[in-house]
Design a binder for this molecule. Structure first.
Ligand SMILES: O=C(O)CCC(=O)C(=O)O
Length: 201
């Protein structure tokens, strides 16, 4: 029998469900994720253009455009198993989402710097669900005011629910881990305000 462990605390605005996906679900989703047409976009940081240190793709409902790191990205239609996971999250946790950002880390050099998912088009009050697959990696969170840090070692099949208003008070990052070579995928299911970027008023 599959074991799921749920860690939630009144002090922390996240819920960590270890082993949320079965081994079979992980395999099917990883096989699908290997077929996605990822991109490595260029972003401008402090006036300098860089390729991001990972590849990624945004899937979503029609018209749900996402702007991050200065890029405006139109949605690619939902692939089968990502769509099924979206429905599972809605059934299990009432998690509403209309898009998912998939990041693929081709080894321990690929990473994501400190940031919060606090873009203006995210629906106020909505939670973000992060599902990890493949190589286990450290995910670090840091409180904006106190500087308190915690490292969560996210393994394949784990779910991290980031509850509103975590993004206002905490930043997170996926640091480099040079000794790791395996591939990792991360799916963050988000709920955006539809039409946010097409509003011309
Ligand atoms: O890969 C991860 O676990 C982090 C992803 C992330 O921070 C994001 O998509 O905003």
């Amino acid at each position: 029998m599959r074991q799921q462990l749920l860690f939630a605390s009144a002090d922390e605005p996240w819920t960590w469900v270890k082993g949320y996906l079965s081994g079979r679900q992980q395999t099917l989703l990883m096989e699908e994720a290997e077929t996605y047409p990822y991109e490595r976009p260029e972003v401008t940081v402090y006036g300098k253009a860089h390729r991001i240190p990972r590849t990624q793709i945004w899937f979503g409902d029609a018209g749900v455009e996402y702007q991050y790191s200065g890029l405006l990205v139109s949605p690619t239609p939902w692939p089968h198993y990502a769509q099924r996971l979206r429905e599972q999250l809605r059934r299990d946790f009432g998690l509403m989402s209309n898009g998912v950002l998939v990041n693929r880390y081709a080894g321990g050099r690929d990473c994501m710097g400190w940031h919060a998912d606090d873009e203006a088009e995210l629906l106020p009050g909505s939670d973000i669900a992060s599902v990890s697959l493949g190589d286990g990696r450290d995910f670090v969170v840091r409180h904006n005011r106190t500087g308190q840090k915690q490292t969560l070692h996210l393994e394949s099949g784990d779910l991290l629910l980031m509850h509103f208003p975590m993004q206002q008070d905490w930043q997170h990052a996926l640091p480099k881990r040079l000794r790791q070579q395996g591939t990792r995928w991360n799916f963050t299911f988000r709920c955006l305000i539809p039409g946010f970027h097409s509003c011309t008023v």
